[in-house]
Design a binder for this molecule. Structure first.
Ligand code: C5P
Length: 221
């Protein structure tokens, strides 16, 4: 019988994209995440038969998401946190791909701020969504984190995996040409509790396939 993996009967939750942390109505702190990796994972999970929910930060690529995926659009880390807390208890697989801002401005001005010569900007940490799910997840739920790193990929990702209680971590190389944020490609490592598997430069589509193969089961009918 040919191997035809399936996620039939499974519920998959994916976060993707950046978050925006506003200083005033027209300025925010963010990062260049495009949402491509999370959208690829959500699409692949759907193709394999899962029921998929995608919680996305602001990216125009959400227009490309299949109508069969439940899309929840959020803006801030706090908004993403609330959406994830609501949805994760019913998910079997939880992929936290979003590049969540770690900090937000301590104060929000409802009026556009006037430019000053010096502008001290006090920041406060945003909720750590991955760590919270890592603490709260129940037996049988699998949590997959992503780590964007410029150096010491495996070491940093391993530490993050342990600290946030993930079952699998994908360490992505960022900061060099043609990979990472905004790119269609990625390279790095797949880390489980007892293994490290490198993956070469792959399209995010192919990488999504590779990652989901780890969780899907052979199809028999
Ligand atoms: O930003 P960092 O490299 O620590 O992100 C690693 C992982 O943690 C990613 O899977 C990301 O989605 C998740 N994360 C999160 N909430 C945060 C920061 C990161 O869920 N506030």
């Amino acid at each position: 019988m040919p191997y035809a993996p399936t996620l039939k009967g499974m519920s998959v939750l994916v976060t993707t994209g950046p978050t925006r942390e506003y200083l005033d109505p027209v300025r925010f702190l963010s990062n260049p995440s495009s949402g491509k990796m999370g959208i690829a994972i959500a699409g692949e999970a759907l193709r394999l038969g899962a029921k998929v929910t995608l919680i996305s930060g602001p990216t125009s690529l959400t227009q490309t998401v299949s109508k069969k995926i439940k899309l929840i659009q959020v803006i801030t880390a706090e908004g993403m946190y609330r959406a994830v807390m609501k949805k994760f208890p019913r998910a079997d697989l939880i992929f936290m791909v979003a590049a969540v801002s770690d900090w937000r401005p301590a104060n929000f001005s409802s009026k556009k701020l006037k430019i000053k010569k010096r502008w001290p900007l006090p920041l406060v940490p945003t909720p750590d969504i991955l760590a919270t799910v890592g603490r709260k997840k129940k037996k049988g739920q699998l949590l997959i984190g992503f780590a964007a790193e410029t150096n010491n990929l495996v070491l940093n990702a391993r530490a993050k995996m342990k600290k946030k209680n993930c079952d699998l971590m994908i360490a992505n190389k960022v900061g060099s040409k043609n990979v990472g944020f905004e790119s269609d490609h990625s390279r790095g490592y797949l880390l489980s509790k007892d293994s490290v598997v490198p993956f070469p430069l792959l399209s995010k589509q192919k990488l999504a396939r590779k990652i989901l193969k780890v969780f899907s089961k052979p199809f028999s009918n």
